[in-house]
Design a binder for this molecule. Structure first.
Ligand code: ADP
Ligand code: SF4
Length: 692
C-alpha cells in the first residue's frame, strides 16, 4: 500500500550502467578535509550512504598537478598514488549500498598552482579567477595543451574506475574549471576552433564527455555538472547557450547536474535566497535531454522535493547542505519520519571549512567532520555509562544540544531556562532580517526533547547556585552543565580596543539591547562593527529598514569581513548599500562624546568624527559565567549534594558561533563520564604522514 506521501522520492532511477536506489543524490561538496584527512573524509561520506543517499559524491577532484587549487583542500587524482585514498571512500560508500561518484575537475585558471608552481592554463591570458587574488596569471592554452588536458582527464577517468567509482563527472559548473571557462564568453575570447560561437565554446566539453564515455566504457556512469545561467547577462553563459549545449550534447552523458552561476550564486545562504531558488533557471531544461537530471536548492522540505519531481523539473534531489545538516534525511523520509529531519538553516558555516582549510563543521549537525576522529554519529549515541542524572541550566543552542544528546544517551536530564522560551540567542537572532531559518536550531531540538521521556524542561526557572546545589541534593543530579550564554559588551572592548576607549555622553546600545527591542531615541546611528561576522551588518540593515540613518564603521577592510568564508560578504555589502547605509571601512570608533563618535583611520590613525545621536557597539561578548564560577568555588559542598561535576559550556565558557555552542553541547554529552578538557593526550584521532 502506498501510504508514504513521498513514495515518488523513493523510486529507483537507472542511469547509464547503474541504478540509484532512490532519488536522493548527495552532490559534490567541499569539506576542508579532501586529500589531507583521508579517513575522516571517507567516514563522513560513509555516514551519508548509511543515511540512505542513493549517490554519494566527492567534492571536485583535481585531475592533474597543473590543476590544483591550493591552499584549498580537495581530493586529488594526480597519479596512481592518489587511488588508495579515494578507494577508501568508494569502499565505505559501497558498504552502505550507495553509488559513489567523483567530480573530475581541471581547475585551470581557477587555481594559482601554489604547490606545483606551474603556470595555470585557461582559454585566455588572464589573471586567475579564483577566491584569492594571487598575483598569478593563467596562460592561454595551445592546441597541444588541450590535447594534454584531454589525455590527463582520460587518465583520471581510468584512475576513478580503479578506485571503484560508479559515476564519473565532467565538471563544468560554478566557474571552477576549464570547461566552464571555455564555455563562458566572459573568459573565452579565442579565435580558434575553441572560441567564438557556442558550438566552438562547447567543443572542449564535447571532447571531454566523449573521452570520458569512451574511457568509462560502461564500467561507470558519466555525469556532467554544468552552470545553466551565469547571471551576468550577455557576457556570460546564457540560457540560449545552455539550450544549445543540451541540444547538441544532451544525450552523451548518462546524467546532467544543473547548477547556476558561481559557487557563491549556487550555495546562497538563507539570508539571501529561498529554498529551491534554482528552480526558475533549471525549469524546462529536462525536456531537452532524455537523461536524468539532478538539481539542487537547499531542499529540506519533502513536499517541495516531491513537487519538483512530479512537475518534471528534476529527477534527482541534489543536496549538499541538506545532506550535511542531516545525513539521514532519506532514511527519515523513507520511514515516514520527515518531521524529524534536522533541517539545514542555510548559514554556510559548512562552506567556511573549505575557505579556512579546516575540517567541515555544521551548525545543525555537530557530528559533521567528527565521524572518524571522535566517533560521533548523527543519529546513533553511545548508551550512558552511569546511572546518573544531569541538570542543564540554560536553553540556548548549547543547553538544548547537551540535554538532547544526553537524553539520547539515556541519561535522565532536567533543563531549566530562566526566560519564557527556549532557544536562547537563536530565538533572538532568528528575528533579525533574513535569519528566520535559524530558528530551526531550536525547532529540531525542541521537537526531539518532547520525544525524550527522560528529559524534562522548565521555563521561567532562573537558577542560582544555592538552588542548583539544593536541587542536586534533592533530585540527585550528579552533573550540572551551565549553558547560560553570554552578553554583548557596551564598553567598546573587542579586537580593536583591548581596553575600554574613552566614552562620553552618547547613548550606546548593544546587540542585546536592539534584540530586546530597544531603539535609539533619534534618527542618526553609528554601528561600530569590530566583530566582523554577521551581527554588525545585519543590525545596520535592520535599523536602516526601520528608517534610521545608519553609518557603519569597521576597522575591517570590508564590512562583515569574515562572511567571505560563508560566501555572503558581497551580498551583505550590496544590501547595505541598497538600504542606504553609509560604509566606513578601515576605520575604528575610538571614543564618543555628546555629539557623535570619534574615529581613526585603521592605517594612519588620522582622526575624524561622525555626528550621530547614538552608537551601537558590536565588538565582543562576555560569558554569563557567574553561576558556573560560584558553583566551582563551592566545590566543598558538592559531595554533600551528591554532585560530581560542574562545567560551563558554549557561550558561557567562551562566546562563539552558534555552531560552536551546539558542538559544545554535543561534546559535553559525549564526554560526560570522562571530560577531556584537562587531558594531556589529543582527544581525537588524526591523520599523520607516515615516515618510513
Ligand atoms: P549558548 O549559545 O551557549 O547556548 P545562549 O545565550 O543562546 O547560549 O543561551 C543561554 C540561555 O541560558 C538563555 O536562554 C538564557 O535565558 C538562559 N540562562 C542564563 N542564565 C540562566 C540561569 N541562571 N538559569 C536559567 N537559565 C539561564
Ligand atoms: Fe546548513 Fe549551516 Fe549546516 Fe551548512 S552549516 S549544512 S548551511 S546548517
Amino acid at each position: 500500500m502506498d501510504d508514504n506521501p513521498y513514495e515518488i522520492l523513493l523510486e529507483e532511477v537507472p542511469f547509464g550502467p547503474v541504478v540509484a536506489r532512490n532519488r536522493f543524490f548527495q552532490v559534490p561538496h567541499c569539506n576542508g578535509m579532501g586529500y589531507r584527512d583521508v579517513r575522516a573524509h571517507a567516514e563522513m561520506r560513509a555516514v551519508k550512504a548509511e543515511g540512505g543517499w542513493a549517490v554519494v559524491c566527492t567534492e571536485q577532484a583535481e585531475v592533474h598537478y597543473t590543476s590544483e587549487i591550493s591552499p584549498f583542500i580537495e581530493v586529488r587524482l594526480w597519479d596512481d598514488a592518489d587511488i588508495p585514498a579515494l578507494a577508501l571512500i568508494t569502499e565505505r560508500v559501497h558498504d552502505h549500498g550507495a553509488l559513489a561518484g567523483i567530480e573530475l575537475a581541471y581547475n585551470g585558471m581557477n587555481g594559482p598552482n601554489l604547490t606545483s608552481r606551474t603556470a595555470p592554463m585557461g582559454p585566455a591570458h588572464l589573471p586567475i579567477a579564483g577566491f584569492t587574488d594571487d598575483p598569478v596569471q593563467a596562460r592561454a592554452m595551445t592546441l597541444r595543451d588541450i590535447a594534454n588536458l584531454r589525455r590527463w582527464h582520460r587518465q583520471a577517468v581510468r584512475r576513478s574506475l580503479n578506485a571503484g567509482f560508479d559515476l564519473v563527472y565532467v565538471y563544468g559548473g560554478h566557474a571552477l574549471g576549464a570547461v566552464h571557462h571555455f564555455l563562458s564568453p566572459r573568459y573565452n575570447q579565442r579565435t580558434d576552433a575553441y572560441g567564438g560561437s557556442v558550438q566552438n565554446r562547447m567543443r572542449l566539453l564535447r571532447e571531454l564527455l566523449l573521452d570520458t564515455v569512451e574511457e568509462a566504457d560502461g564500467a561507470a556512469a558519466v555525469g556532467c555538472r554544468i552552470t545553466v545561467e551565469e547571471l551576468i547577462g550577455d557576457s556570460g553563459i546564457s540560457r540560449d547557450d545552455i539550450e544549445a549545449v543540451l541540444g547538441e550534447l544532451g544525450e552523451i552523458p548518462d546524467l546532467w547536474d544543473f547548477v547556476m552561476g558561481s559557487w557563491e550564486d549556487d550555495s546562497v545562504t538563507s539570508r539571501f535566497g529561498e529554498e529551491g531558488g534554482q528552480e526558475q533557471y533549471v525549469a524546462g531544461l529536462k525536456a531537452l535531454t532524455s537523461k536524468p537530471v539532478v538539481g539542487v536548492g537547499r531542499f529540506t522540505s519533502p513536499d517541495t522535493m516531491a513537487r519538483m519531481v512530479r512537475q518534471g523539473v528534476i529527477d534527482f534531489i541534489g543536496a549538499a547542505r541538506p545532506s550535511i545538516a542531516d545525513p539521514f534525511l532519506p532514511v527519515k523520509v523513507a520511514e515516514g519520519r520527515a518531521e524529524e529531519i534536522r533541517e539545514c538553516i542555510g548559514c554556510n558555516i559548512c562552506v567556511s571549512g573549505d575557505f579556512t582549510m579546516s575540517p567541515i563543521r555544521c551548525t545543525q549537525n555537530p557530528s559533521m567532520g567528527e565521524e572518524w576522529r571522535r566517533g560521533w554519529h548523527p543519529e546513533v549515541y553511545r548508551p550512558r555509562h552511569a546511572d546518573e542524572s544531569v541538570l542543564v541550566v540554560g536553553g540556548g543552542p548549547a543547553g538544548l544540544e547537551a540535554a538532547m544528546s544526553l537524553g539520547k544517551r539515556g541519561y535522565p536530564v532536567v533543563l531549566v531556562e530562566e526566560s519564557r522560551r527556549l532557544g536562547g540567542r537563536v530565538a533572538d537572532e532568528a528575528r533579525l532580517p533574513g535569519l528566520s531559518a535559524w530558528i530551526r536550531v531550536l525547532d529540531y531540538r525542541h521537537a526531539q526533547l518532547e520525544r525524550l521521556e527522560q528529559v524534562d524542561f522548565y521555563l521561567e526557572s532562573p537558577m542560582t547556585a544555592d538552588e542548583a546545589l539544593a536541587s542536586a541534593s534533592e533530585y540527585g543530579f550528579a552533573h550540572i552543565a551551565v549553558a547560560t550564554g553570554s552578553t554583548w559588551r557596551r564598553d567598546g572592548v573587542g579586537r580593536w580596543h583591548t581596553q575600554p576607549p574613552p566614552l562620553g555622553d552618547l547613548p550606546v546600545l548593544s546587540p542585546d539591547d536592539l534584540m530586546a527591542g530597544k531603539r535609539p531615541n533619534e534618527k542618526k546611528v553609528v554601528v561600530f562593527d569590530d566583530d566582523h561576522y554577521y551581527m554588525g551588518g545585519v543590525l545596520a540593515e535592520m535599523l536602516a529598514g526601520e528608517g534610521f540613518e545608519v553609518e557603519l564603521v569597521t576597522p575591517g577592510a570590508m564590512v562583515s569581513s569574515w562572511t567571505v568564508n560563508t560566501m555572503e560578504q558581497r551580498r551583505i555589502t550590496a544590501r547595505l548599500l541598497d538600504v542606504g547605509v553609509a560604509l566606513h571601512c578601515s576605520t575604528a570608533v575610538v571614543g564618543t562624546h555628546g555629539e557623535g563618535v570619534r574615529t581613526a583611520c585603521a592605517y594612519t590613525g588620522k582622526e575624524g568624527m561622525i555626528a550621530c545621536d547614538a552608537a551601537v557597539f558590536v565588538t565582543a561578548r562576555l560569558p554569563e559565567d557567574s553561576l558556573a564560577q560560584e558553583l566551582l568555588t563551592r566545590r566543598q559542598e558538592w559531595p554533600g549534594a551528591g554532585l560530581k561535576s560542574v562545567a560551563a559550556i558554549g557561550d558561557a565558557l567562551a562566546p562563539g558561533t552558534i555552531a560552536a555552542a551546539v558542538w559544545a553541547g554535543r561534546r559535553y554529552a559525549e564526554e560526560i563520564e570522562a571530560p577531556t578538557d584537562d587531558a594531556d593526550a589529543t582527544p581525537f584521532q588524526r591523520e599523520l604522514t607516515a615516515i618510513d
